[in-house]
Design a binder for this molecule. Structure first.
Ligand code: NDP
Length: 280
């Protein structure tokens, strides 16, 4: 089994730095078996963090996740997200209950505000804190928050209890390295890197293909290894193919040389100035 590194959240839990995404799962019953098998394979290989959301297939991905974790809930660090329009103080509580029902569990380990909407942050945070006090969630965080959003969050009551910010981050989207990533690292707020292989688009990059060949690896593995090098970063690749999940897990075993990291920096230059947070 690959030795997957861990990230310790501000709430004290240690979670794998390589987890499992679920976007697009649950939208076609013919694919359900492969999706469930893929998630189970990931759990078997130590990718025991699953990222889902009420948005994905309008609850369908949470149902698939519920099937995959049945009988092994204790092994899993379960993350879901609330739609911004459900993120009023009471709305967030009701949405969480619906997610728990679909996931067939009594507790989320981490609950995220999917992106900023019109409800005041103070209200959303009050609802999240209430869920945490009631034992319905272990911790809470946000998603698609840029530095200014995070700074605002820090000013609302209990806003500093945020443990994670889930954002678009991969080799071709390095903008957060300029400001948001160090901002989060300094405060012990985990960065969850979504679309870590740019939804597959990165895999056609010639430089990445060339470097991966030198390690008998795949471009996906090198792209994931890049994220695993970063302190406090959790990558959540999605695959509905058990063999590709195993391939992704094995990224944890890659040991890329400094020379090749430098070549990767040349092919995918880090930012030299502020870029607004990109989203998918
Ligand atoms: P990813 O970068 O994880 O790419 C997923 C795509 O890559 C799928 O088409 C998958 O196909 C393919 N793939 C996965 N592994 C391999 C591999 N080893 N070789 C070749 N192809 C591969 O994109 P996502 O957008 O899904 O991001 C990951 C997760 O992040 C999401 O599933 C979701 O949980 C989360 N997310 C959160 C967002 C937010 O706003 N908070 C926004 C976007 C994503 P296949 O399944 O057929 O293997």
């Amino acid at each position: 089994m690959p030795d997957i590194p861990t990230v310790t959240l501000a709430s004290g839990q240690s979670v794998p730095a390589l987890g499992l995404g679920t976007w697009n799962m649950g939208d076609d019953s013919r694919k359900a078996n492969a999706e469930i098998e893929s998630l189970k394979r990931g759990l078997d290989l130590g990718m025991t963090l699953i990222d889902t959301a009420e948005m994905y297939a309008e609850g369908g991905a949470e149902k698939i996740t519920g099937e995959a974790i049945a009988g092994r809930r204790g092994e899993v660090f379960l993350v879901s997200k609330v739609y911004p329009w459900n993120a009023s103080r009471q709305g967030v509580i009701d949405a969480c209950e619906r997610s728990l029902g679909r996931l067939k569990t009594d507790r989320l380990d981490l609950y995220l505000l999917h992106w900023r909407g019109e409800h005041p942050l103070a209200e959303t945070v009050a609802g999240l804190e209430e869920l945490q006090r009631a034992g319905k969630i272990g911790a809470w965080g946000v998603s698609n928050f840029d530095v200014a959003d995070m700074e605002e969050l820090m000013t609302v009551p209990d806003g500093k209890n945020c443990v994670a910010n889930q954002v678009l981050y991969n080799l071709s989207r390095r903008g957060i390295e300029y400001d948001l990533l160090p901002w989060c690292q300094e405060r012990g707020i985990a960065v969850m890197a979504y679309s870590p292989i740019e939804q597959g688009r990165l895999l056609r990059n010639d430089k990445l293909i060339q470097i991966s060949k030198a390690y008998q690896a795949t471009p996906a593995q090198v792209a994931l290894a890049f994220l695993l090098e970063r302190e406090g970063v959790i990558a959540i690749p999605k695959s509905a193919n058990p063999d590709r999940v195993a391939e992704n897990a094995a990224a944890a075993e890659l040991d890329i040389s400094d020379e090749d990291w430098a070549a990767i920096d040349t092919a995918f230059p880090p930012p030299r100035e502020k870029r607004p947070l990109a989203m998918i």
